[in-house]
Design a protein around this ligand. Structure first.
Ligand code: C2O
Ligand code: CU
Length: 466
């Protein structure tokens, strides 16, 4: 085992080992609440001998504690804000009661410093979700305000020790361990690809190694918590199959054949791996693959009978009625590289310097931050088809709150025939994508780019279900 570990670590640029079992879930207090506190805290993101970083976190760590319940169980979170600015908590991907969606300014007033709020909801779907700040997210999420929310199947498909959550992030460090706070509001980045970090972590650590038992089958739940980075991962390099996207599992494991897999901001993927030999999950977008998380496989001390076949239990979601769906068109414009023209903001057409003062560089159907009125209104139960056309020079990660959708078409690339459910889709330059869903959840729901700088700079709107 020592040998194999050394071999694995040869792939890492330092000899650091941070071996760790699956994170413990947050325990409920005696009265049945999960207590969650947002506050400044320190954490070592960088190498062990470097200084700690000043972050904003939930319960003292980034990611915040894993909140884990069973499908259909009531979740009550007593949230307290100990930051110096208002915030709120959004439960990403949950088909939630609108009043609990946690969007400052749309579904609730932000929680003021020293204030608190009780989130009380039922999670209807089993799967991999996450929670994050939803007030000035570009700043608050980048500083560490996010954590995993895992909803177990009624009969968990994997044993707890074989079910591993991996939260991916990229931090912008200005020096060893020093968070580059000045970069967070950079207009330059708001109008380009968003704030990309220069230091990658998995569960808040770099180059961690997790011990696995040979012959056992694991579920790895990957969550992209980065502001703007798309992580490119090739599941075939380590023999993984796919179990689901964005908190919605497939009927069974699927081999991924269009590698690499692009995991956009806020997206999740569940992978299944049979531990046979050591492997590393690498980010493969650069010239050289970057090792993100290592897995060291060794023989068990005691033999546990391997589990019989994995039984996934897909959630049941309403299928959109495509023949009668209402078609909505959304055209994305703006951004650097020739796009910052014809943007209307608060009823005024922006010119040259206005972009610097309003900080609005992107538009949906010509309007930046379409927020005063809903983009569209749907009758409860109506099938909605949104055709999104990306006329910018950049990739975007569009997220629908409160609903999962199917991708019907995507110009210039294939779509999965099984039409997996998603809550966030990536859309490339000059691409047109059609999604459809049943607007079955009453309330006000955001539709925005999850590249958080883009959302803040205009790629933000909402719809109403009545
Ligand atoms: Cu992950 Cu508007 O949210
Ligand atoms: Cu975007």
């Amino acid at each position: 085992m020592k040998l194999s570990r050394r071999r694995l670590l040869a792939g890492f640029s330092s000899g650091l080992v941070a071996s760790q079992l699956p994170a413990l879930s947050l325990a409920k207090s005696q009265d049945g609440f999960f207590d969650l506190i947002a506050a400044p805290s320190k954490q070592r993101l960088y190498l062990p001998d470097a200084p700690t970083s000043d972050l904003w976190t939930y319960n003292g760590s980034a990611p915040g504690p894993e909140i884990r319940v069973k499908k259909g169980e009531r979740i009550q979170v007593r949230f307290t804000n100990e930051l110096e600015e208002p915030t709120s908590v959004h439960w990403h991907g949950i088909r939630i009661d609108n009043a609990m969606d946690g969007v400052s300014g749309l579904t609730q007033k932000p929680v003021e410093p020293g204030g608190s709020f009780v989130y009380d909801f039922v999670a209807p779907d089993a799967g991999t979700f996450w929670y994050h700040a939803h007030n000035k997210s570009w700043n608050q999420v980048a500083r560490g305000l996010y954590g995993p929310l895992i909803i177990d199947e009624t009969e968990p498909a994997f044993e707890r020790s074989n079910d591993i959550t991996l939260v991916l992030d990229d931090w912008r460090l200005a020096g060893e361990g020093v968070l580059d706070v000045a970069s967070l509001g950079s207009m330059m980045e708001w109008a380009h690809g968003g704030r990309l970090g220069n230091w990658l972590t998995v569960n808040g650590q770099s180059r961690r190694v997790t011990d696995l038992v040979r012959g056992q089958t694991y579920r790895l739940r990957l969550i992209n918590a980065a502001n703007a980075r798309i992580f490119e991962i090739d599941p075939n390099r380590f023999g993984a199959t796919l179990l689901g996207y964005d908190g919605q599992s497939f009927a069974g494991p699927v081999k991924f054949d269009y590698a690499p897999l692009m995991l956009g901001p806020a997206q999740r993927v569940d992978l299944m791996v049979v531990a046979e030999s050591d492997f590393t999950i690498e980010e493969v977008s650069g010239d050289r693959p970057y090792p993100m998380a290592g897995f060291s496989v060794s023989d068990a001390e005691t033999t546990k009978a391997p589990r019989s076949a994995i039984k996934l239990q897909p959630n049941v979601l309403p299928e959109p009625d495509l023949a009668n769906a209402r078609r909505i068109r959304l055209e994305m414009t703006g951004g650097a590289m020739g796009g910052m023209i014809d943007i209307t903001y608060k009823g005024k057409k922006l010119k040259g310097d206005d972009i610097r003062t309003t900080r609005q560089a992107w538009a949906f159907n010509g309007v930046a931050n379409l927020a005063e009125e809903p983009f569209f209104e749907a009758r409860q139960g109506e099938s909605i088809l949104i055709e999104t056309v990306n006329r910018t020079a950049w990739v975007h990660a569009m997220h629908v709150h409160g609903h999962h959708f199917q991708i019907l078409n995507r110009s210039g690339s294939v779509v999965d025939e099984e039409k997996p459910w998603r809550d966030t889709f990536l859309i490339g330059q000059d691409q047109t994508t059609e999604i459809a869903f049943v607007a079955d959840n009453p309330g006000r729901w955001l539709f925005h780019c999850h590249m958080l700088e883009h959302a803040a700079a205009g790629m933000n709107t909402w719809f109403k279900v009545v």
